[in-house]
Design a protein around this ligand. Structure first.
Ligand code: SAH
Length: 213
């Protein structure tokens, strides 16, 4: 077996052993090379199950957390998905394999530009990245079938709840940034929202306003 095939097998094995069992999610994570999203010093650790530093003082999430969040989001092939917190673009690339269209926003223009380049290199034509303050949602493209937030807010932001379609699902970490946060799943019904707590997680904070780079 080539070393690349072996590396992929180990990567997928680690995901399974941490509870990522959905076949479509595993297939997407097998196909999208995390190595394309990690630059510089840490590039050689791209296939380990750990978060890694990226530009602008941010992080690319741990693969198993990406897998568990994607699994909880239960994306269907016709869905229009919004991700808040593009970061490296890795999570958006995974979503692009499962959804019809993915909008991803980040407050740092520099991260958005770098992610767009990787999407082009990988030929991912159904991901649209934008520089914006995601805590305000993306009103021009709302409503969304699925919303995934990859930065922690104290509470689910009101504009995002408002942009979730009835029957839609949002997955997000909530809690203060320097403590353990909880990953929650919100389902919108005709007459309100259901909240389910999934697991403890640790994310960078959702910060209002645009970054200066
Ligand atoms: N999903 C990313 C990791 C996200 S790290 C990946 O797969 O690599 C969290 C990201 O959220 C950071 O890039 C940060 O800049 C961004 N962020 C924080 N607050 C934000 C806001 N209000 N609007 C948009 N992006 C935000």
């Amino acid at each position: 077996m080539s070393s690349e095939a072996e590396r992929t097998m180990q990567f997928v094995f680690a995901l399974r052993s941490r509870g990522v069992t959905d076949a479509r999610v595993l297939q997407a994570m097998e196909k999208i090379d995390r190595g394309a999203f990690v630059r510089g010093l840490f590039a050689e650790r791209a296939y380990e199950d750990m978060p890694l530093p990226i530009a602008c003082g941010q992080t690319i999430s741990q693969p198993s957390v990406v897998g568990l969040m994607t699994q909880a989001l239960d994306v269907r092939p016709r869905d229009k998905v919004l991700e808040i917190g593009t970061g490296s673009g890795y999570q958006a690339a995974i979503l692009s394999q499962l959804a019809r269209r993915v909008y991803t926003v980040d407050r740092h223009r520099r991260l958005v530009r770098a992610a767009e380049q990787v999407f082009r290199d990988l030929g991912l034509a159904n991901v649209i990245a934008m520089t914006a303050d995601g805590s305000r949602g993306l009103p021009d493209q709302a409503p969304f079938d699925r919303i995934l937030v990859t930065a922690a807010a104290e509470d689910p932001p009101g504009p995002l709840l408002a942009e979730l379609r009835v029957g839609g699902i949002m997955v997000l970490p909530v809690g203060q940034s320097d403590t353990v946060q909880r990953l929650i799943k919100v389902v919108r019904h005709e007459d309100g929202f259901d909240y389910e707590e999934l697991r403890p997680v640790r994310f960078v904070p959702l910060v209002e306003g645009l970054g200066d780079d």
